[in-house]
Design a protein around this ligand. Structure first.
Ligand code: CP
Ligand code: NVA
Length: 302
């Protein structure tokens, strides 16, 4: 594993390896056991979109690993004024030991990995959000003990989160059921990937059907970063694509709820369900820190 560009780059064994290390790093942090695997290393963090969790968890994680993290807003970088990615990648490779990038196009992340010679970590694109899904899988395993025999349900937009959850969930052996309205399906590459998992993947337009007997339910915002102008149209298209009491009644009694955050209460999830499952959701947010530390150690430790 040289980079983390998208979930489909990872095998089941890669994911389990990362999650095992993440669990260990979490234990070490909680017990004040030093784990300074990246002493003297620097991570550059390029942000073309806003962030709370990704920025703070990468920066803190790097500090705990003994390294240093640089916040690089695209507004201030020459990349924002048109300097080509291939030059930026080659320059930053001379200073840094790794780059985390959050941007719009997946191609930009892939290009950075081609032209630079240091590990690239995808911190979210319009296409996918692999760091989030590693934290999600870590949380599911913490609550449920294993992945075998579990059913994951995703309700809402077929966006970056849906794309990564489908690939990640299927790769670790879960059954995955997705409910999206017509016109907002997951990416074609992801639906093609799911064809390799016959009998394990379903796509429907009925949330309650997707939630039937689910062990873990996911949702995400109806309008992602960059889609603010479509918010009104989307509010209409996604009406009913919500995790609420009716959906929870269809799931298993001990089902957990996950949300990558930020959440819009009474849109994709009711305030009641959110608060009833807040512990699970904020454990998921915390696990961003541990899962990403594991990814950085795997990619950046000499
Ligand atoms: N879930 C997530 O990636 O959050 P931020 O946008 O705050 O980084
Ligand atoms: N789908 C959301 C996820 C935010 C973490 C977005 O791209 O804005």
């Amino acid at each position: 594993m040289k980079h983390l560009l998208k979930m489909s780059d990872l095998s089941n064994a890669d994911i389990i390896d990362i999650l095992n290390l993440a669990d260990q790093l979490k234990y070490e942090l909680k017990h004040n056991i030093p784990h300074r695997h990246l002493e003297g290393k620097t991570l550059g963090m390029i942000f073309q979109k806003s962030s709370t969790r990704t920025r703070v968890s990468f920066e803190t994680g790097m500090y705990q690993l003994g390294g240093n993290a640089l916040f690089l807003s695209s507004r201030d970088l020459q990349i924002g004024r048109g300097e080509p990615v291939q030059d930026t990648a080659r320059v930053l490779s001379r200073y840094l030991d790794g780059i985390m990038i959050r941007t719009f196009e997946q191609k930009e992340v892939e290009d950075l990995s081609k032209f630079g010679n240091i590990p690239i970590i995808n911190g979210l694109t319009d296409y996918c959000h692999p760091c989030q899904v590693l934290a999600d899988l870590m949380t599911v395993r913490e609550y449920k003990g294993q992945f075998d025999g579990l059913k994951m349900c995703y309700i809402g937009d077929g966006n970056n989160m849906a794309n990564s959850l489908i690939v990640g969930g299927l790769t670790v052996g879960m059954e995955v059921a997705v409910a999206c309205p017509e016109g907002y399906h997951p990416d074609k590459t992801v639906l093609d990937f799911a064809k390799n998992y016959e009998g394990k993947f379903t796509l429907t337009d009925k949330p309650v059907e997707a939630a039937a007997n689910a062990d873990v339910l996911f949702t995400d915002v109806w309008a992602s970063m960059g889609q603010e102008g479509e918010a009104e149209i989307r509010r209409k298209a996604f009406a009913g694509y919500q995790i609420n009491d009716a959906v929870m009644a269809a799931a298993k009694r001990d089902a957990i709820v996950q949300h990558c955050l930020p959440a819009h209460r009474e849109e994709e999830i009711t305030a009641k369900v959110f608060e009833e499952h807040a512990e699970e959701i904020f454990d998921e947010a915390e696990n961003r820190l541990h899962a990403q530390k594991a990814v950085m150690v795997k990619l950046m430790k000499s």
